[in-house]
Design a binder for this molecule. Structure first.
Ligand code: FAD
Length: 574
């Protein structure tokens, strides 16, 4: 968007719509920059500055005290920052011409002039086309009252539970970040949880190679997964076994799930109705258009958070990215701009995100493979399964990293799942993407190492090494997605041990353990009969060594990225 704006005004009254992540960041920063300004925060709900990211952990009982979620009150904000915070005040319209907002507060409506207006109204939950969503057993998880209602219901159910009856049950619709947190919380509280997701895997932003690890973890904790189906109707019902539950959830595959409560969290859309009615520019996704200083198409109005468009770092697409980090940073930037200070212009957003699913952590940054394919961005994908720290030091946990690189080696995106160390690696890789780093740069990163913490060749270095090898053809790769072609046109060579081979292998594969390969090269040549050779092992390293041997013998050989482990994730039926 190219917009020329009037120079920043010297506002005397800054009015902020929305008093949580972006809005409160902006209010606090504006006060720190301008002691004289009148700063009024208008929040339609009863709470400001609450930790919405902490709500699932209050539901689970890990955050025991409700007060811990509410970081400030209007009184503490008045005392500490001299802010005029008005809860229960909903902005109903914006008059750009006279620079006034209209506010509904209970029975009372009033107009409030502003010098600078900042919009941080957040997002609204998408209401899926399911009949019966208004049943009282159906909840969502977005606000403090939401979690209050859920906790009350869970307590009631647990109190009524007796040994002779099955555990109370819940259906969670939507296996995104918040849906998974809700599943974990309800399971921890002792409910039997069914999880329904329209996509064919949990956590749809995760690449298909990693999602099955989460599905396995969920199943291991008793969660009943329904993937690739939609919930269609929620009805009050009595189940076939006579158990009375508030509702039955009917799925698109004709299954029905009895539940004592239902949580619907299927995503959000920008809360941009107010901006639209004020005729501010919106993008095609319905998010508010802003410039690099968060200013909207009106020179006196700024906007931040879930309601605004950002530029996706890898594809350049304009879209909302509903995450707390960007919202908080944008709030700070908007305040800088409103107060006429030098701003740090909005950088393109990576969408770095993380979630805990019982014992596993899943995290992502940059573009996933589906996004790269849709945007027709050439890329090569690497899969590695390193330990979080040196294998010889007790307690090393395997992690699973997937990363995509451009043909010139630039890192485009990375994802990880594991029991330890995933957060650190994804944060490093997010920083690397922001810095425009390549495979060579990752290979040379100097990271803190001692056996309890990492490896002399950190998983991030390993990603760099593997990508260097793949991109310069030291180790040509084949991918699990290429299986049909590899089976049809090439010799499949399994270089695992005979015992591993016996436990499961690709049909028609020749098994030569990698340590025997040099002695059995003539056998390989004979069976290959001039065909290319697709090599695999369990996780990648042995097939890399074998591929090097075969290449030096003049074969056209490729190593399966991520090995049998990745192959099984992509093709669970092999
Ligand atoms: P919000 O923080 O949602 O604030 C918007 C406020 O504006 C709301 O309180 C709303 O009532 C108010 N408002 C709207 N319209 C009006 C109006 N007309 N008048 C007055 N007030 C109005 N992100 C992460 O990065 N990591 C996480 O772990 C994470 N966990 C989350 C867990 C949950 C349960 C939820 C709901 C969100 C989570 N998020 C997480 C997302 C993150 O909370 C949001 O991206 C962030 O809060 C967006 O900030 P915002 O200021 O745009 O909107």
């Amino acid at each position: 968007m190219t917009t020329t704006f009037a120079p920043a005004q010297e506002p005397t009254r800054i009015v902020i719509v929305g008093g949580v992540a972006g809005g409160m960041s902006a209010a606090a920063r504006a006060r720190r920059l301008d002691e004289q300004a009148e700063i009024i925060v208008l929040e339609q709900g009863d709470h400001v500055s609450f930790a919405n990211c902490g709500l699932p952990y209050h539901l689970s009982g890990e955050i025991t005290a409700r007060e811990d979620l509410i970081l400030h009150t209007p009184a503490t904000l008045a005392a500490s920052l001299n802010l005029d915070v008005r809860t229960g005040h909903r902005v109903t319209s914006i008059d750009k011409r006279s620079r006034k907002v209209t506010i509904a507060a209970g029975d009372h409506t009033y107009a409030l002039p502003y010098d600078a207006l900042l919009l941080s109204p957040g997002a609204v939950g998408v209401r899926p086309p399911i009949t019966g969503l208004d049943h009282p057993a159906v909840h969502t998880l977005r606000t403090v009252p939401d979690v209050d209602g859920l906790r009350e219901r869970v307590e009631e159910l647990l109190a009524a539970h007796t040994e002779s009856r099955p555990a109370p049950s819940a259906v969670v619709i939507g296996a995104g970040f918040i849906g998974l947190e809700a599943v974990e919380a309800l399971t921890t509280r002792g409910l039997a949880v069914h999880l329904v997701e329209l996509a064919d895997h949990v956590l749809p932003p995760l690449d298909v190679e990693l999602a099955p690890l989460l599905a396995t973890e969920l199943a291991a904790h008793g969660v009943d997964l329904h993937l690739g189906v939609s919930a269609q109707a929620i009805t009050a019902a009595t189940t076939a076994d006579g158990t009375i539950t508030p509702v039955t959830v009917a799925l698109s595959d004709d299954a029905t799930l009895a539940a004592d409560l239902v949580i619907v969290n299927v995503g959000v859309r920008p809360a941009s109705a107010l901006a639209a009615e004020a005729d501010l520019d919106l993008g095609p996704t319905g998010a508010i258009r802003v410039d690099v200083d968060q200013r909207t198409s009106d020179p006196y109005i700024w906007a931040v958070g879930d309601a605004v468009e950002v530029t996706q770092a890898i594809t350049g697409a304009r879209m909302p990215v509903p995450l707390a980090g960007p919202a908080n940073r944008q709030g700070r930037r908007a305040a800088d701009s409103i107060c006429g200070r030098r701003t740090t212009p909005q950088a393109a957003v990576l969408g770095t995100a993380i979630v805990r699913v019982f014992g596993l952590t899943a995290a992502t940054t940059g573009a996933n493979q589906a996004t790269l394919r849709r945007a027709a961005i050439a890329h090569e994908v690497m899969h590695i399964h390193p330990g979080d720290h040196a294998g010889y030091y007790p307690g090393s946990e395997e992690m699973h990293l997937v990363a995509s690189f451009a043909p010139d080696g630039t890192l485009l995106g990375a994802q990880g799942v594991g029991r330890a160390g995933v957060d650190k690696r994804i944060d490093i890789l997010a920083t690397a993407i922001r810095a425009g780093m390549t495979a060579d740069d990752l290979a040379e990163l100097e990271l803190a190492y001692s056996p309890p913490y990492g490896s002399a060749k950190d998983p991030v270095n390993m990603l760099g090494f593997v990508a260097q090898n793949a991109l310069d053809n030291t180790m040509p790769q084949w991918q699990a997605q290429d299986l049909d072609r590899a089976m049809a046109d090439t010799l499949i060579l399994d270089v695992r041990s005979a015992a591993e081979f016996a436990q499961g292998h690709l049909a028609g594969a020749l098994n030569i353990p990698h340590l025997e390969l040099r002695a059995r090269l003539s056998e390989v040549r004979e069976v290959a009969g001039g065909r290319a050779i697709s090599v695999y092992c369990a996780r990648g390293p042995r097939s890399y060594l074998a591929t090097r041997v075969l290449l030096s013998e003049g074969h056209d050989a490729r190593s399966l990225s991520g090995g049998w482990l990745t192959l099984q994730a992509v093709h669970p039926d092999i």
